[in-house]
Design a protein around this ligand. Sequence first.
Ligand SMILES: C[S@@+](CC[C@H](N)C(=O)[O-])C[C@H]1O[C@@H](n2cnc3c(N)ncnc32)[C@H](O)[C@@H]1O
Length: 207
Amino acid sequence: MNISFPILDVTEYYLPLDDLSKVFGNGKRTALEIGFGEGDFLIGMAKRKIDWNFVGIEIKGKRFKKAVKRAEREKANNVKLLLMDARIAIEEVFSQDTFSEIYINFPDPWPKDRHKKHRIINPKFLYGLSCIMKPLAALEIASDHEEYISHILKVFENMETFRSEFHSPGYVNSLPDRPMTKYEMEFREDGREIYYLRFINQKNQNL
Ligand SMILES: C[S@@+](CC[C@H](N)C(=O)[O-])C[C@H]1O[C@@H](n2cnc3c(N)ncnc32)[C@H](O)[C@@H]1O
């Protein structure tokens, strides 16, 4: 196995992956980004936090390939990229209590009523995330879409597993020390407000 190769080829392992140290060759804490696009945020984070490992999942092949090239170019040895539907990956690929942080940056908002069923942030998906997160791990979400953000906050309100780190209204409009994503740069140039949410996984906390 070539440890520095950035593609996570799940056919090389028994699934679910019970131990990411087999993938990275070390036992460092691991963060996950879902829908990493061209990898700006993921690779930026990996270069800043070299004492962490980073796994990214992206469903679109073109974006995935761009990120692979970038990870290779930038010699980001603590990054593994998975080309897959994240909804399947959280059910099939990763074991319980795997990730210490999860990021979802600018998930597709599917604004039309008839398309809202495609929104990735829904109770079933969040339940799956809480399973693969470690207790007290954080889930961070960024979006420019006010209506989607309100919807997401309502979904979380009905889930006991997660506690918001931010007081009412449940979001902040800036978070320091985050690499900007491609979408974030475009939205900021357009003068759009960005909303950041952060939730802590309360599982096994005997609330
Ligand atoms: C609006 S883009 C944001 C990309 C990137 N996070 C950014 O901020 O620049 C949403 C991304 O999520 C990916 N995506 C959508 N559904 C997905 C799924 N089920 N599994 C993995 N990635 C998904 C899309 O292909 C797209 O790259």
